[in-house]
Design a protein around this ligand. Structure first.
Ligand code: HEC
Ligand code: HEC
Ligand code: HEC
Ligand code: HEC
Length: 198
């Protein structure tokens, strides 16, 4: 009897150790738990970012470090040698351009996708856990199977897709949130000392 109880406790113990690790390893920003990106009282950068902006890796277009949100993403998503944390590093020299003022001949970028006039990481990704799309892209590409639908947002003359009806995901306007107020008031518990009859 003692043995089986010990086993149960051991299993519960192992599970509680595994659960957070599994969540993190799921490969999603959920595991960052808001405060992994936003340092509430200990911020290192703009939008109260918890991670220091990457000041090391250079933008091949300008030969200067990246700025704004791009530098924040690269605080994690670059190699350690390049000033990041080695979390799925995206390499600037072999990547689709980011941190660039778009040449309108190459890309027609909707203004809401630009930050300080540049195409930042968030022009293509909305990194919030609420984004259900593949790789946090702003457009649903059906798990990556219909990537044209995403590219067409800025490169419409290249793709064979209806350009007028593309739904774009954005978490940046709370007024457009689909839920009603989640608040439910919880009455205060009566304190034990009051319950006792004197
Ligand atoms: C605090 C560190 C951190 C920051 C900052 C950060 N990420 Fe991530 N990101 C992660 C982690 C951790 C993962 C999951 C890694 C794994 O799967 O191994 C991840 C995964 C991703 C993925 C892949 C998701 C998938 O479904 O496979 C994308 C895309 C991504 N991040 C984009 C961004 C963008 C864009 C930014 C900036 C707006 C950003 N991240 C900022 C830590 C970070
Ligand atoms: C991967 C990093 C990451 C995670 C995790 C993350 N955020 Fe963000 N957050 C950002 C970035 C980057 C922006 C700026 C996005 C932009 O400019 O489009 C932002 C913007 C915001 C803003 C808007 C600021 C403004 O100026 O309007 C709020 C509010 C916010 N986040 C809250 C949250 C909450 C709440 C969570 C957890 C549910 C969370 N964030 C998780 C990276 C993150
Ligand atoms: C032009 C649009 C665009 C820009 C700008 C962009 N990305 Fe991406 N990103 C994508 C697409 C598309 C994918 C999915 C590629 C695939 O699955 O083949 C992706 C995938 C990723 C992944 C997952 C890679 C993997 O192997 O799972 C990460 C992490 C990521 N991006 C981070 C970033 C960061 C950080 C920035 C800015 C420094 C950035 N992206 C800028 C379009 C973009
Ligand atoms: C949010 C807008 C946006 C999206 C979505 C987008 N791009 Fe781009 N793309 C750009 C910008 C901006 C540039 C750089 C233009 C310039 O040279 O100034 C660019 C440049 C390019 C280039 C030229 C690269 C070079 O080095 O000259 C290619 C190729 C390209 N994009 C392919 C794609 C593909 C494929 C997709 C879909 C997976 C995609 N883009 C999605 C904005 C976008």
């Amino acid at each position: 009897m003692f043995k089986s109880m010990f086993l149960k406790l051991a299993i519960v113990g192992i599970l509680s150790l595994l659960v957070p690790a599994v969540l993190y390893a799921a490969g999603k920003h959920e595991g960052l738990n808001c405060t992994g990106c936003h340092g509430i009282h200990t911020a290192q950068g703009d939008i109260i970012f918890a991670v220091e902006p990457n000041k090391k890796v250079k933008n091949p277009r300008t030969n200067k470090p990246y700025t704004g949100v791009t530098a924040l993403c690269l605080g994690c998503h670059e190699t350690i040698e390049n000033g990041g944390m080695g979390i799925i590093p995206v390499s600037a020299s072999k990547s689709h351009p980011y941190g660039v003022v778009p040449n309108p001949k190459v890309a027609n970028v909707p203004p809401s996708f630009l930050r300080s006039g540049e195409l930042a990481c968030v022009g293509c990704h909305d990194p919030h856990p609420s984004n259900p799309n593949y790789k946090y892209l702003r457009v649903d590409t059906e798990g990556g199977a219909d990537m044209q639908k995403f590219c067409v947002v800025c490169h419409s003359s290249k793709a064979d897709v209806e350009v007028t009806k593309i739904e774009v995901f954005s978490s940046m306007d709370e007024r457009k949130a689909s839920h009603e107020s989640p608040l439910v008031e919880k009455p205060a518990k009566k304190s034990k000392s009051k319950k006792k009859k004197r």
